[in-house]
Design a protein around this ligand. Structure first.
Ligand code: PMP
Length: 470
């Protein structure tokens, strides 16, 4: 039997690179089979090198909020490319993008641009340690914050997919500085702080966990993190790499607190002269925006949508905290490609197009898919639970999870992974690309039009009927 083009490329890639991929979950390790090698992607569709077209619900793991290759984004990036690929010197677009972030999330009074979510969270932790002079870090089981040493303990995403407790190669002394708590367990959080509070630099949490499937915070859980950290002089780092600018204009924090973006005063009062006065005016505006909200984290991290598919991520917080970063302060962080002109162009173009109509559309599309999927599964007596956060959602199969719900990593691990595997392949055969792991979120885009949604429904009919027989 002759190989498909994807199979042949996978064989070649496995010789060239470990596991044939440059990021583990792409290898289909937990679902089995050969990953599709992609030729191109447009709107809601991806086409593989064998010419098969799939309705895409992976969305390049989050960035493709507008769909693939949005013409305006591509044109903006192409124009930027013609002006130069990288300068290693500041550009206007970096300030503009930082301002766009501040306007959407005013607690991020100042923003530092980096290239990946991993860098953003790694820097946020170093900053928290530098500011507090403490070493311990608290994270939650099942949350994924990138692959830096401190953050892989009981992590979500590919670490969960492979069923790993963490990563080899992390020195024990570094791993010992990370305390892992069960998600949504306020008592465990308070007990941990009662015992170690004076040594904890920060709690890092996904704004809404999306890397063990979607596991929303219980009402008040994020506020409890805020209270406990504040009471003990630790920082709260809210990781919105995945949820930021995707589940609402101001991310999951915006969704939960009800904050709606305002226009950042572009021109500061003309009678204010000097950097200090201008910064004070900026801070006053920012603090005025968030003062009454339920909770305001100290640091946010962003990625994915903010770069519109190009390598770009960011961290942001109050000017006091951010001022500890070099060159102003002693916490070092740098990047040859940080604030890259192509990436900032893609990010700015994407955020401009991520308007209210965009969020309304992705919410409606996600809602209709969730409803259809759940009804079809129920009609075939397949026990399941679907968790969601804005337009993000994921399905967990199995009687146990259907009964108890999924509100922690331990719950998520009780799902029926074999059923997801079968469902994943049946959907793929029916022309829909799902995430190749039951620990990942499903991503819809602004480009998922009625035809794409209809194709998803048809695939659901076929796939559910098929797995119901097994
Ligand atoms: N934080 C969260 C919440 C993420 O979902 C991810 C990536 N899935 C990261 C951090 C790491 O981002 P990157 O892959 O760009 O390093």
């Amino acid at each position: 039997m002759s190989l498909t083009a994807s199979q042949s490329l996978f064989a070649r890639s496995q010789l060239a690179t470990p596991g044939g991929v440059n990021s583990p979950v792409r290898a289909f390790g937990s679902v089995g089979g050969t990953p599709s090698f992609i030729a191109d992607a447009k709107g809601p569709y991806v086409r593989d090198v064998d010419g098969r077209i799939y309705v895409d619900l992976v969305g390049t793991w989050g960035p493709a909020l507008l769909g693939h290759a949005h013409p305006e984004v591509v044109a903006t990036v192409t124009e930027a490319a013609a002006r130069g690929l990288s300068f290693g010197a500041p550009t206007a677009a970096e300030a503009e993008l930082a301002e766009a972030v501040t306007a959407r999330v005013p607690a991020a009074e100042q923003v530092r641009l980096v290239s990946t979510g991993t860098e953003a969270t790694m820097t946020a932790i170093r900053l928290a340690r530098g500011v507090t002079g403490r070493d311990l870090l608290v994270k939650f089981a099942g949350c994924y914050h990138g692959h830096s040493d401190s953050l892989l303990a009981q992590a979500g995403s590919g670490v969960a997919t492979q069923g790993l407790p963490g990563s080899a190669g992390v020195p024990a002394d570094i791993a010992a500085l990370t305390i892992v708590l069960p998600y949504n367990d306020e008592d465990a959080l308070r007990e941990c702080f009662a015992e170690h509070g004076r040594d904890i630099a920060a709690v890092i949490t996904e704004a809404c966990p999306a890397n063990m499937g979607i596991v929303p915070p219980a009402p008040g859980f994020n506020r409890a993190i805020r209270e406990v950290t504040r009471d003990h002089g630790a920082l709260m780092i809210t990781d919105e790499v995945l949820t930021g600018f995707r589940v609402s204009p101001a991310g999951f924090w915006g969704l939960e607190t009800g904050w709606r973006p305002a226009r950042l005063p572009a021109v500061l009062p003309s009678d204010l002269v000097g950097a200090e006065a201008m910064l004070e005016a900026r801070q006053e505006w920012c603090r005025g925006q968030v003062g009454d909200l339920d909770y305001v984290p100290d640091l946010f991290t962003f990625g994915k949508v903010i770069g519109g598919g190009m390598p770009l991520a960011a961290l942001g917080g109050s000017a006091e905290i951010m001022g500890h970063l070099a060159p102003l302060g002693p916490v070092y962080q740098a990047g040859t490609l940080s604030g890259n002109p192509l990436a900032t162009a893609a990010g700015l173009a994407t955020l401009k197009l991520a308007d209210d109509a965009c969020y309304a559309r992705v919410d409606a599309v996600a809602q209709s898919i969730r409803t259809y999927l759940s009804a079809t599964l129920s009609a075939h007596d397949i026990p399941h639970v679907i968790n969601s956060a804005g337009s993000l959602f994921s399905v967990f199969f199995g009687e146990e999870v259907a009964e108890s719900g999924v509100s922690s990593y331990a719950d998520a691990q009780r799902q029926d992974e074999d059923l997801y595997r079968a469902f994943f392949h049946a959907m793929r055969d029916a022309g829909v690309a799902l995430p190749p792991s039951c620990y990942e979120a499903w991503f819809v885009s602004r480009a998922h039009d009625d035809d794409a949604v209809a194709a998803i429904f048809t695939a659901i009919d076929t796939a559910v009927a098929e797995v119901a027989q097994t």
